[in-house]
Each structure stands twice: as C-alpha cells, then as structure tokens.
Write a protein of this length. Structure first.
Ligand SMILES: NC(=O)c1ccc[n+]([C@@H]2O[C@H](COP(=O)([O-])OP(=O)(O)OC[C@H]3O[C@@H](n4cnc5c(N)ncnc54)[C@H](O)[C@@H]3O)[C@@H](O)[C@H]2O)c1
Length: 401
C-alpha cells in the first residue's frame, strides 16, 4: 500500500520506519532541513537508526517530501503532527488543521485517514473529518480512524511491535482497515467501541502520570518538612504487593505529552460542564516544583543565592534523550536566577540549547541535578561543587529532594 505520514518527528518517523517494512511510505513534513536529511538517510530521531532509513530508501520503500502533491494516490494517510497548548494553555489544533489542508487539497481518491496525534475526544469525528472535507476540492468518501500513539522515546523494551495499540474507526470499514494496517507491524491490537474511547484513554494515561507525579512531589515536600526520607518511604510503601504503584519525586514533568495532554482533558471536561480540579491542581504542583527546589537550595546556602555560581545538570526532560521540550530545567534555571544565582547548565546529550553550549561539570559553588543521563558520572557530579542537590535520587552523597 502507499502510506503517507504527515509529520516526520518522534511519532511520524518511528511509524514510517516500521511501516516501511511492508508498505511504500511517503514521509511528508514541512521542515525542508529535516526532509533533506532524511532523504540522505540521516535520522534525527533517537531510536530510529539512520541505517534503517537509508536501507528503506535504497529499496524504494521510503521517501521524505515537503510537496503536498506527493501524497496523491495514498491508500492510507497517518497524521502525526504536534498538538501543543497555546499561550492560554488551551489546545492548539493549528498543526492538525494544516495537516487536514494538505490532505484535503491533495488526496484525489478515497483513503483511510488515521490520526495518531494526541487530542481530545471528538477530534477525528468533529474536527478532522469536517476539516478535510472543507479543504477537498470535490467530495471524496474517505474513511476515518484513530489510533493514539504510545511511543516512549529512548525506550528499548517497548516499541511499535510489542506495545498494545488502541484503535477505532468512524465506520466498521475504517476499523477493519485500521486493524489490517497496524497488524503489519504491531502484535497487540485492541479495538475499542468508538474513536472517542481511544482518544480519552490516551489523555487519561498521561493525566494518570501527571497526577501521580504531582502526588509524589507533594509527598517529597511533606517528608522534608517532617524530616523523613521520601525515597525510603516510597520503597517501604512499594512492598505492598497490590493496590500501590511507585512514582518518584522530580523537578517536575516535561516532554510533549505529560505536561500537555492533561490540559486537553481538562479543556474538553470544561466544555462538557465538568471541572477537572484534580488535573489542574496536579499541573500546578508540578509547575511549582522548580521554585520549591530553588528555595530549598537557597535556604541550605545561607538564605540567598546572590552572586553564587550554580550549575544545573541535565536540561533534557528525561534521562538519555536530547529532548528539551517543556523541560522543568527551564523553570528551575529561571527560579534560581530570580534568587540571584549566576546559572550555567551541563548536558552532554543535549550539547546545545537556547543558543548556548553545555558548560563544564566543575568550578561552581552549587550543583543542582535535574536530569541524570547514564553517560554523566555521579562521582564527577559530586566533585563539581561543595554543595550538590539531587532531584533524581541517583547521586548518592548529595543533598536529596
Ligand atoms: N513524542 C512522543 O513521545 C509522543 C508520544 C505519544 C504521542 N505523541 C503525540 O504525537 C504527536 C506528534 O508528536 P511528535 O513528538 O512526533 O512531534 P515532533 O515535534 O517530534 O514532530 C512533529 C513533526 O511534524 C512536523 N509538522 C508540523 N506541522 C506540520 C504540517 N502541517 N505538515 C507536515 N508536518 C508538520 C514538524 O516539522 C515535525 O517534524 C503529538 O500529538 C504528540 O502529542 C508524541
């Protein structure tokens, strides 16, 4: 089949690589630099090997493009574009709209259109379908389905093949064809009764994480005030064989999913007249963590960070990836600066961020560990400053969150 994938980022390129084994894939992206690199067989996404892309290109199974007309004649089109929040922290569907425009203006025959971008229940039925119909020059009867993406960048034990995938179409025909497509590279397909259930399940998965991370971050603050070790408390609670799932404290949540998706759920809840207070409060607790950490670091250092050289270790939002989207390190740096610190950062995986390069891991008054990559040695971190504060629980001997 000819499969076109709109968006060649973390999700889109990963799907392209798996689908390329059985189909002819056209990877459409609006970023010319990314497209040129991909066509040279260079992957920009962790977990998608350049050799794999180069191999598919040489077999004629993959090409990247910025030309909308290249998606003509597709049997299947997968949407994998960003779904961020706008300045008011409301869902921003402008990328989805742009994807619908490319699809509507260029598809000249009936296709199955699957959305993998994360959005609120009703997006495929009430937003994507009407939008594509609006942009189409003539009436074409496409099929529509949803299969929310669950990829976890940097993870090797779970991938597209062995991660259970939810799916549902707007019609039985769409559901059937969606199953046929994903069964070419995924072993575990779970049909649900409507696209809205699949859309809601995806949002709830990440809301569950957001809320539990906030809960454990609150426990870290309570434990510190009571003089109790939070990690020992969590290990102790984790000995219960049922009814408990362990989350660990941190500088907050980052990435394109956990800080964003719950706001899609609270938005749609509000539209339905229900107030999502839990989700909103969890968001606030996690966003306040950097300020809490900066305040504790200041207290431990004579009450002020004025003129102190502070190094933040790790600006990626999680270990062993170079992804800095929504990273809590950004708010942490801001909070430390507000307290008068001169802040630099070290991250050998990210290397360059916000126009600056990773600083040396030494010669500072204070080090705060926000994310610890495997390649960064705990011993080196401990030697970098006379005072080291660790939010990760991985630098033993440092002051712990
Ligand atoms: N990254 C993850 O771990 C993850 C996991 C599950 C779900 N998701 C969801 O998948 C969707 C995509 O996320 P991502 O992480 O792949 O984003 P990304 O930023 O890595 O990639 C998106 C790509 O889409 C391209 N793009 C933007 N607008 C476009 C347009 N109009 N036409 C063509 N290309 C366009 C961008 O240039 C970029 O290359 C989001 O809805 C996200 O919430 C992401």
């Amino acid at each position: 089949m000819k499969v076109s994938i709109i968006g060649q980022g973390y999700v889109g390129l990963t799907i392209s690589a798996f689908a390329g084994a059985s189909h002819h894939v056209t990877g459409f992206d609006k970023n010319q630099v990314v497209v040129d690199q991909l066509n040279m067989g260079i992957s920009h996404i962790e977990g998608v090997e350049s050799t794999l892309i180069a191999g598919l290109i040489s077999l004629g199974k993959y090409k990247a493009t910025t030309l909308g007309s290249d998606i003509k004649g597709s049997d299947i089109v997968v949407i994998a574009v960003p779904t961020p929040l706008d300045a008011q922290r409301q869902p921003d569907l402008s990328y989805i709209d742009a994807a619908c425009k490319v699809i509507g203006e260029n598809l000249d025959s009936p296709a199955l259109i699957i959305n993998e971008s994360t959005s609120y229940p009703g997006t495929i039925r009430n937003y994507i379908k009407p939008s594509i119909e609006k942009y189409s020059k003539r009436a074409i009867k496409h099929e529509y389905a949803i299969s929310p993406e669950r990829v976890d960048p940097g993870r090797s034990d779970y991938n597209q093949k062995n991660t259970a995938r939810l799916y549902a179409g707007l019609t039985p025909e769409a559901t059937k064809r969606t199953r046929e497509f994903y069964s070419t590279f995924c072993d575990n397909l779970i049909e649900v009764s409507s696209p809205e259930v699949a859309e809601a399940a995806k949002l709830f998965e990440n809301s569950f994480r957001q809320v539990n991370i906030a809960l454990v971050n609150e426990l870290a603050q309570i434990s510190h005030a009571l003089g109790i070790d939070v990690r020992e408390t969590l290990d102790a609670a984790g000995t219960k064989p049922y009814g408990f799932m362990k989350f660990t404290p941190s500088a907050g949540v980052g990435g394109h999913c956990i800080p964003v998706d719950p706001s899609y759920l609270s938005y749609v809840a509000e539209q339905a007249g229900v107030s999502a207070t839990f989700i909103q409060r969890a968001n606030e607790v996690n966003l306040e963590m950097p300020k809490y950490i900066a305040t504790r670091v200041a207290k431990d250092n004579g009450g002020s960070l004025k003129g102190k050289k502070v190094l933040v270790v790790g600006v990626a939002y999680k270990p062993n990836v170079a992804d800095t989207r929504e990273t809590p390190s950004e708010l942490l740096i801001e909070s430390l600066e507000q307290l008068g610190a001169e802040v630099t950062w070290n991250d050998p995986v990210v290397k360059s961020w916000r126009g600056k390069d990773s600083a040396a891991l030494d010669g500072v008054d204070i080090t705060v560990v926000a994310t610890k990559h495997d390649v960064v040695s705990a011993d080196e971190i401990l030697k970098s400053a006379p005072y080291v504060f660790d939010t990760t629980g991985k630098v033993l001997g440092a002051v712990q969150l």
